[in-house]
Design a protein around this ligand. Structure first.
Ligand code: NAD
Length: 281
């Protein structure tokens, strides 16, 4: 169990995508640290489940159904959080994921697939399909940041974005997701500079590979066995395992704790078992 960071107690955290696997674990850890945690998720029931778990452990949390791409919904969520808990101290932009509309069926171009209408090639991707994935993973962090950070300035607060290994070097099949996560890294640096004198630190965590709802279809077969893609990931991860949500929590606490990381802004920290460091040779 991680040490308690007493200066986080009673501060307000907002976690988008907090009903999901990784950010649900983050929300629970922040609540364990004594923070008041607003869990925002498009599917309300998923947020509610995390909040119930937090309350069962004696923590303080609030579930809000909120699509991060819907400005009005995010404004309403911010108002609700402010009324119930006060202004946000820590914003975690965790909502994200993939969708077949933003992916290609094959890792590499195969000419014969072009005549098969059942296979989605790069050329079959629609603007709408690509945009829906890009927007969820990039605009879905931009909108909550704009709206929540209006009340975060001048108080030593933190925005934490969630990047991916697909940002520095894009993964095959997921061009829209990769482009969006690369944009997240760039935006993290941009916003860190823009907000530095307003006392808002902006950083990112880049998780390696964790088995969650968004990538389960890519990494496991229907019977739960690993796909060849999963095997490739393990082979390319020097620590030879997938991450577990708990692996992210120490870095999370470091980055949101002003006493621990008060001079750290504009960074993206990999938590990846060495994946990014390994050339594959
Ligand atoms: P997850 O699918 O378990 O969680 C994502 C959550 O976001 C879900 O609860 C989903 O309902 C919610 N969500 C989706 N669209 C939303 C929207 N428009 N508005 C509000 N909520 C929405 O996936 P996860 O793996 O826990 O992903 C969390 C973050 O970590 C994502 O940004 C993801 O890209 C990133 N990430 C995951 C991995 C991994 O290996 N799982 C690796 C790198 C980065």
């Amino acid at each position: 169990m991680l040490a308690i960071h007493s200066n986080l107690k009673n501060k307000v955290a907002v976690v988008t995508g907090g009903g999901g696997v990784l950010c649900g674990a983050m929300a629970k850890e922040l609540a364990r640290q004594g923070m008041k945690v607003a869990v925002l998720n498009r599917t309300y029931e998923k947020a509610e489940k995390v909040v119930d778990d937090i309350k069962e452990q004696g923590g303080e949390a609030l579930a809000i159904g909120c699509d991060v791409l819907d400005r009005d919904a995010v404004f309403a969520a911010e108002k609700k959080v402010f009324q119930q808990y006060g202004a946000c101290d820590v914003l975690i932009n965790g909502a994200g994921g993939n969708h077949p509309d933003g992916t290609t069926a094959s890792e590499k171009f195969k000419k014969e697939e072009m005549s098969d209408p059942s296979i989605r090639t790069f050329f079959d991707m629609t603007t709408e399909g690509f945009s829906s994935v890009f927007n969820l993973n990039f605009i879905g962090s931009l909108i909550p940041t704009q709206i929540f950070s209006t009340r975060m300035m001048e108080r030593k607060t933190t925005v934490l974005n969630i990047s991916s290994m697909s940002a520095p070097s894009p993964m095959t099949k997921v061009p829209a997701y990769s482009a969006a996560k690369a944009a997240i890294n760039n935006f993290t640096q941009w916003l860190a500079v823009h907000m530095a004198e307003a006392n808002v630190r902006v950083n990112a965590i880049a998780p390696g590979f964790f088995l969650t709802d968004q990538n389960r279809p890519l990494l496991t077969n229907e019977d739960g066995s690993p796909t060849p893609r999963m095997q490739k990931i393990i082979d390319h991860t020097p620590m030879r395992r997938l991450g577990s949500p708990e692996d992210l929590l120490g870095t999370l606490l470091w980055l949101v704790d002003e006493e621990a990381s008060g001079f750290v802004t504009g960074t993206c920290i990999p938590v990846d078992g060495g994946f990014m460091a390994y050339s594959g040779v």
